[in-house]
Design a protein around this ligand. Structure first.
Ligand code: MN
Length: 464
């Protein structure tokens, strides 16, 4: 079955439903997938409820409601079909719209999945849009949202623009008037809101010596070629520069790369702008819009991201911008909290529980920063509650290269102990995380400490 016939069949299946639950992922692609599907279904008079999950795994499966509603899994599900089966979901009550590799399963759930068809640069939002358009051709206004999902899931990264079916969706948005394509544009993040020298300095693909990682160098470069401020703060904003000025900057950058004997093809990309949005706002630009949605997901407020996708530019948007700018401030606050309250140090581990004070999405970052100010010889473990699911605890661990070289493997420890406690974990030797049931924290700490001790003594004895 080709992707087209999968899309058609999915639309036919949806048309037979009255009551649907959408289960989607908490990032930009998941939020946009949910928006597209719930809008399209609502327009057909189908009643829709939505659930966002961070990951589909044994401990989060209870968030999938045990009711008679038809379930659409978006941006997830393909790799977790055994969990759906384990929950007793019948194949005729499930539709999976996903772009992840499929897990073999004895129940044959129907999927719209681009991976088996060789389309690797199409996200779940793209697939959701194809289904929405098949449901009703009038849904082309949702193309904009699909582009944000695709771009947010890095589908434009490798080829400096969207390709294949994702590029065809762009054409829908262009004919709809909601999307503006800029070709041969500057391949940099932040071109609609950040000062140009900051965009250039933060960019290292391609790496331009004297400009990349060099704020002053980037500023001097712009001054040398006589590009001056074009916004109210006298900053240079790329999107608003006249065509000739943009051309001048591009040529000068090409020259700079050529002088160093570097390729310049990755300097150019295709940019997707939204003329209906206010100039100077992140929502003007597909990439920056996706960042706003990811910030909502990171703060466990995908509903706010969804409201913005549906057009809210007042309260929801204000809250989202706060989440975006507060990110750094809250991490700093978490670091201070850890240092003030202090960690509990035991034989092979130091640990702290921050309760529900900080979102689970930043505790890992905080742990890493705290470790550099604490005893680096002992791995650090931070635990916190999940805001959207009080029955779950997120555990984040960090250590140093030096300790890894002494035989410590956090992923191995976290995997084994979380599994013993009915949770699941993953990560790397130096940084790992797990979800464990609430109430099992004490046992988790004890077992992690034991296994860390074992890892060290094994490696130690091998060297003696
Ligand atoms: Mn995705």
């Amino acid at each position: 079955m080709g992707i087209d016939s999968e899309v058609t069949r999915a639309a036919d299946i949806i048309n037979e439903q009255q009551d649907v639950t959408i289960i989607s992922h908490i990032d930009a692609d998941g939020i946009t997938s949910e928006t597209i599907l719930s809008e399209a279904l609502t327009r057909e008079g189908i009643s829709v409820k939505s659930v966002f999950v961070r990951q589909l795994e044994p401990l989060t499966m209870h968030q999938v409601p045990e009711d008679r509603s038809f379930k659409i899994f978006a941006d997830l599900g393909a790799g977790q079909q055994n969990l759906l089966q384990g929950k007793g979901l019948h194949s005729e009550k499930v539709l999976i719209i996903d772009h992840h590799v499929s897990q073999p399963c004895t129940t044959e759930y129907f999927q719209v999945n681009c991976i088996p068809h060789g389309y690797l640069k199409l996200s779940a939002a793209g697939l959701a849009y194809l289904v929405a358009r098949r449901l009703n051709p009038d849904n082309h206004d949702l193309a904009k949202i699909a582009i944000i999902g695709n771009v947010g899931d890095m589908m434009a990264r490798e080829h400096c623009g969207l390709t294949g079916p994702a590029r065809e969706i762009v054409e829908d948005g262009v004919s709809d008037g909601s999307v503006l394509v800029r070709q041969h544009d500057l391949n940099c993040y932040g071109t609609s809101t950040r000062p140009l020298h900051v965009c250039l300095a933060y960019n290292d693909d391609p790496f331009i010596s004297g400009i990349s990682n060099n704020i002053d160098g980037a500023r001097r470069f712009l001054k040398k070629i006589n590009i001056s401020g074009n916004d109210s703060r006298r900053e240079i904003i790329w999107e608003g520069l006249p065509f000739d000025a943009r051309k001048k900057v591009m040529s000068a950058l090409v020259e700079q790369l050529m002088a160093n004997g570097e390729p310049f093809d990755r300097l150019f990309c295709e940019t997707y702008l939204f003329p209906g949005e206010t100039v100077g706002e992140p929502l003007r630009n597909a990439q920056e819009f996706a960042t706003v949605l990811n910030a909502c997901g990171r703060w466990a407020r995908p509903d706010i991201g969804g409201a913005i996708c549906r057009g809210d530019r007042s309260i929801a948007y204000r809250d989202a911008k706060k989440m975006l700018t507060n990110h750094r401030a809250v991490i700093r606050e978490l670091l201070e909290y850890i240092l003030d309250k202090g960690v509990v140090e035991i034989s092979d581990l130091q640990h702290i529980h921050v309760g529900n004070r900080y979102p689970d999405t930043i505790v890992g970052i905080g742990a890493g920063m705290a470790l550099s100010k604490l005893n680096w010889r002992k791995p650090i473990l931070i635990m916190c509650q999940l805001p959207e699911d009080p029955s779950l605890i997120k555990a984040s661990m960090r250590t140093t290269e030096r300790v890894v070289s002494e035989g410590v493997d956090l992923q191995d420890v976290v995997n084994r102990v979380s599994e013993e406690l009915g949770g699941s974990g993953g990560g790397h030797k130096i940084a790992a995380g797990a979800y464990i049931p609430r109430g099992s924290e004490e046992r988790f700490v004890k077992r992690v400490n034991e296994l860390l001790g074992e890892q060290r003594s094994q490696k130690g004895s091998g060297y003696r």
